[in-house]
Design a protein around this ligand. Sequence first.
Ligand code: F6P
Length: 530
Amino acid sequence: MSDAYPTDLPSWQALENHFAAELRFQNIAELFVEDEQRFTDFSLTAGDLFLDYSKNILSARTRELLIGLAHEAHVPAAIESMFAGEMLNNTEARSVLHVALRSTPSDDVASDIPGVAEIWQTLDKITAFVDGVQQGQMLGCSGRRLTNIVNIGIGGSDLGPVMASRALRPYWSPGMSFHSVSNIDGTQLIDLMELLDPEETLFVICSKTFTTQETMTNARAAANWVTERLGAAAINQHFAAASTNHEAMDVFGINPDYRFGFWDWVGGRYSIWSAVGLSLALVIGSDRFRELLAGGRRMDQHLRTAPLEENMPVMLALLGVWYNNFFGADSQAVLPYDNRLDRFPAYLQQLQMESSGKGVRRDGRAVQCKTGAIIWGEPGSNAQHSFYQLLHQGTRLAPADFILPVVSSGGSQAQQDLAIANCLAQSEALMDGYHDADSPHRIHPGNRPSNTILLQQLTPGILGQLIALYEHKVFVEGVIWGINSFDQYGVELGKRLAGDCFELLHGDSGRDAENDSTKGLLARVKHWRP
Ligand code: F6P
């Protein structure tokens, strides 16, 4: 990886000049007039995904300079160093090997790194367990089938299984259902307790560390419920776990046959490919789970072999840098036109904002340019009736990624055709605008950039490609900015202070809050607290 600040690289300077002199006020629609081949020239295929990036404020020269930036930032070498198992997560002294989880042994991805050789044994153990539950060989304590799968986790130990299980709803095995509990306030579990029969429920405690307050609090509450209803011995057959912390799984009393390990080189937000995917696998089945992994691997191969100008994650990353650092865009919208992807924006929020929300470089020096954008979004037509007003006529630049499956994900194709029409109409309206209005209030200025990622259907394999696409996009952006995309120290301080605030709330320490606002709020909370 390059030690230089990106802003010192010759291509960055060239991009600044190019932006100021040519692209700042460039009209996208004019670029289409100048180049009849623009759609062909500015679109590309990776596996089963098709990316149209022609509706961006970018010329062939811009792309050339951005590719130059990727070379000067040593992106190709960085990609290979990830697959070689180099310690890319330097602040935590770890390799970054979610790519190994979806590789095959013959790919030989970082095979010398401890743990890598165990990947496929663990996958086989997951397969046997999932098959056992689905085929009714592994039953609840009263002999009933375990059909309600409840994932207890938070962050990457929640968002991946939740997002993917919702996206793959048509692939749920008959009779299986997926539920999740993540938040600390306990209401999700209370609601589930009303809905579910504990005799048919399998809780999957999903936590890399097995110490996370939210997860362990919810797991203990679930264990109490099962114990009250079915007796303490039922924990053995009604709790499974995915974690790197074997001791803590012992202490909790997780049955050794129901526990699945992974390794410290799997980051939480990159962990859906590991045992963290257990609850997902339990509802979609082990074959479908392996198809998801194969999809991720397909995108890995694309990343490693496609030239930079035909490389989809690299192109998305360069567009991200272009808007973030040259146009000054603060945010990036994600707009899937398939309600099954309703948690995909939330999934990408953690992936991108926890990875790229950094102000310090890998080498400890402060960054000298903006890093990660704010990611936000909602499924398509709901969003049209909510915040698209701002996208069309507001004063901020918010580049958008439209994600569009062509074949309905289990609904009627006639309705999906309407979703397709809406998606295409929106990207066109954003770009072309509407200028002939009789009132200034009706004018749409246009020239608002977007990508469209087209896919035939939301299958496990294609979802795997889509997730890996964004993982690699985030990685490449991080390489260019010179940050470590794989640590998350920014979430620690609040966790520590929460312990303090909890103590103050209960008031048994005799201490008071140091901050006047916290002190005042605590006094009001105590007054109102039952
Ligand atoms: O607080 C952030 C975080 O560390 C995430 O990175 C992680 O996905 C989440 O908490 C959950 O952590 P764990 O899997 O260890 O419970």
